[in-house]
Design a protein around this ligand. Sequence first.
Ligand code: PLP
Length: 407
Amino acid sequence: MPQRTVPVSSRLGDVRYEIRGALSRRARELEAEGRQIIRLNIGNPGLFGFSVPAHVRAAVESHLDRSEAYCHQQGLQPAREAIAEREQARGAFGAHADNVFIGNGVSELIDLTLRALLNSGEEVLLPSPDYPLWSAATVLNGGRPRYYPCPASRGHLPDPDEIEALITPRTRALVLVNPNNPTGATYPRELLQALVQVAERHRLLLLSDEIYDNILYDGAEFHPLAALAGETPCITYSGLSKMYRACGYRVGWISLSGTPSRLTEFRTALDLLSALRLCANVPTQWGIAPALDGPDTMAELVGPGGRLHATRQAMLDGVAQSEFLDVVAPQGALYAFPAVRTEQMDAFDDEDFALDLLQSESVLVVPGTGFNIRERNHFRLTLLPQADEMAEVFLRIERCLQRQAAR
Ligand code: PLP
């Protein structure tokens, strides 16, 4: 009898996550053969020598004996209160501990909120390039991504008129990632205000992924969307992974803001879905209040003299010295999204390039098309290595591009 393979859901057909995809598997094979790969595909600070602030870690450790039971489906009360206070202090209308939900990372909450929101065939406005979990979770929950462009030619900023032109009667939500992964763009206040107006005019739910909100370079400003949205319903996503270098803790949260009566049903749906998965990891939730109430330990890393500041500069220098590269200087977050000038390289393809770079130069980056863009000349790398390693990476990238141009 021929062996029958286990069939999988057809919903997975359009789902991809190149950040941990085929190239990452190829990198593992090369490592197994003894190669040392410079892995720049994931924004995972703990792998680059960053550590969780000591007071946050100490709070988790000292609460282990109070972490053995499930907690409330929305999360620990002191943690939710600290999150709500932060949101209130930032001006989020209607923010309250009852409207905060803690999850196993923002990742879980992206899925949960879209599951609560979408009926089959309903549309979500997503940035292109996007953080690909947003597209995946939209599709897996029966929705359809509608991409609004954020091209390099505009500093990777969206255009409210272009977004409005994409809206149909089936459109339910507008997703913003600010500061942006993968581009590093931060959105000006006037732009955000215009986007709030679009959402209000068309009764869209605002979904604002602000997981990088304190990772800002060169005096860049960050404006929390909830503070500008006022009574317009808005979900703000944040967590410990990036701002407190605690990716492995798997702690994220959402805060609902806007006129409470407009969110009643949605809140009830979130409560049910949260209850079905019982609760988020309890031990690491004890780190939330100390993190939010403590010092901003990111400032010294991103400011002049700081490690991330130096690496970003090494990236900018590498691009400036390149014969082939351009980049919009990232204003925030942990990534750069350079573009390759392809005039000299007719057949340039971002996936071929990334594979070539991995195999010939032992550098792992993510091809731009993994972030749902049409252009095939971008790649993303994280700014987390040391500055001298970043300088070395750009020498290798240049060597690889020179070979490709000579083909
Ligand atoms: N949102 C964005 C924009 C991200 O870049 C990431 C992770 O890289 C996440 C959400 C998920 O973060 P976590 O699940 O660790 O909280």
